[in-house]
Design a protein. Structure first.
Length: 264
């Protein structure tokens, strides 16, 4: 997938991995659409990105609101005719025991992390099919590969992303559409700070592992490299990525480690 002179849309672009990807695509893409719930941050970021001589459109909306998601997609279609690369990156994490988490929080996490990706992908697909090429990226997580304490609904949403977009990639391969699923580990962002507690309030704490994780800029570079190479899947992180392999080949060791560090 060439990224030069492409129309690219990134959700969750106001911070973390999304912002880092947007910065790295500035001056590369012909059109960069940045979306997030944080409209103020998007508007502050827009002129910085435009210095790379890229057309930048700040399009804020709420991923948890299906109506807003559909309206945003319709606006992109009406204004630009679609995009060449859709990066479904917006999301929210969780820090709460499953039995103390309300069903409202369960559904909100699934709506943001999974269903918004589904809606945007289906909306952006017809123009990609018409032109005979396109790329869809979806941000999953290490916990899309295994369950982990305090992240029941988050893990469920990321498992859904993994299964859904692997299927999408298989179904669309012969039609010129490529799919990349990224599974980051501990990346130095505010994802734990902004995570939802069981009651739906902001967790407000930085996990120690998150604080010592891979910088978002390095993660973004690896993510974009995987897209350029048309990789089906990419794991991004430091030693914590070994947990994926432990779960697959040494499940007893995975459980031992998860029980020991799960609440850290």
């Amino acid at each position: 997938m060439k990224l030069e002179n492409r129309r690219i849309w990134i959700t969750g672009a106001a911070s973390g991995i999304g912002e880092a990807m947007a910065r790295q695509l500035s001056g590369v893409a012909s059109l960069l659409i940045i979306s997030d719930l944080n409209a103020e941050r998007l508007l502050a970021l827009k002129p910085e990105l435009e210095k790379g001589i890229t057309t930048v459109d700040a399009l804020p909306f709420d991923l948890s609101n299906r109506t807003e998601v559909e309206k945003a997609a319709d606006k992109v279609l009406a204004t630009y005719g679609g995009v060449d690369l859709l990066i479904n990156n917006g999301g929210i994490s969780q820090r709460g025991l499953f039995y103390e988490t309300t069903e409202e929080v369960d559904r909100r996490i699934m709506e943001i992390n999974f269903f918004s990706y589904v809606v945007l992908t289906k909306k952006m697909l017809p123009p990609m099919l018409a032109q005979g090429f396109g790329h869809i990226a979806a941000t999953s997580s290490m916990t899309g590969k295994f369950g982990f304490p305090l992240r029941s609904s988050y893990a469920a949403s990321k498992h859904a992303v993994q299964g859904y977009f692997e299927t999408v990639g298989l179904e669309l391969y012969d039609r010129g559409i490529r799919v990349t699923v990224a599974s980051p580990g501990r990346i130095r962002t505010n994802i734990s700070v902004n995570a939802l507690s069981g009651e739906g309030t902001r967790y407000g704490q930085m996990d120690p592992g998150q604080a010592g994780g891979m910088p978002a800029e390095k993660c973004a570079a690896r993510y974009l490299r995987a897209i350029r190479r048309d990789q089906w899947e990419v794991y991004i992180g430091y030693n914590e990525i070994l947990m994926i392999w432990f779960k697959r080949y040494l499940p007893w060791l995975f459980r031992k480690l998860a029980l020991r560090v799960g609440k850290v």
